[in-house]
Design a protein around this ligand. Sequence first.
Ligand code: Z5A
Length: 225
Amino acid sequence: MSGGRFITLEGGEGTGKSTQARRLAQHLRALGREVVETREPGGTPGAEALRHVILSGAAEPFGPTAEAMLFAAARADHVAGLIAPALAAGKIVVCDRFIDSTRVYQGAVGAVAPGLLDSLEALSVGTVRPDLTLMLDVPPEIGLARAAKRAAGAAADRFEKEGGDYHAAVRAAFLAREEAEPGRCVLIDASADADAVAAAIADVVAARLGLGPREIADTYAMAGA
Ligand code: Z5A
């Protein structure tokens, strides 16, 4: 995949992924980059339709394997219809959740066989892999309290209704993913306030992908500014 950069944000409920995806996109646009902001499940009309099916709980009775297949179908549409074309056009794609969420929720926690997840991943993403994955981490009680505050009494979705042990297992599985792939994944302490987390993420993106203030300075220097 030439030109573009693919950044994903991962982590449990209420870790601030959506907030930080938005902040990161704003930051990169301020650096003069073309950014596509997207999310999973979803991102294309077909994948958003599948999002509704999955999060409503309609697929839950079929079990974690069927849910994994639905997430993969949504992802295949999202990659082919939005992510791959944007990367090929040299844009930066910032995606709220991606393949690590399937490995955690359907794999580590849902016990879907790794071999099946390997096959679904190969089918759905092919060679379109994140250049950088920001693993946002907070203790589940903080994340759940944030999510509850935001929901303000609205009905819980398929995943929000799970209990504390479930969310602790999710957190442990994300941490294990980060430890297993340190070249791609960076752990972000997301328990600080949103400004501090955004600053930490901007530093990581500059250090890992070279997308930072120094690059702006170089651009100005080349333009003779
Ligand atoms: N899922 C799956 O099983 N398999 C897959 O392959 C994929 C997904 C792709 C999608 O849910 C569900 O699908 C997800 C996993 C599953 N379920 N869970 N759990 P979703 O997209 O509806 O929701 P989410 O991805 O879980 O996001 P979230 O938990 O709703 O929140 P978040 O994006 O991490 O946080 P936020 O919306 O940015 O912030 C939450 C609140 O906290 C909000 O009021 C903010 O203003 C506040 N906030 C944010 N940052 C801070 C800080 N730093 N301090 C204080 N307050 C903050």
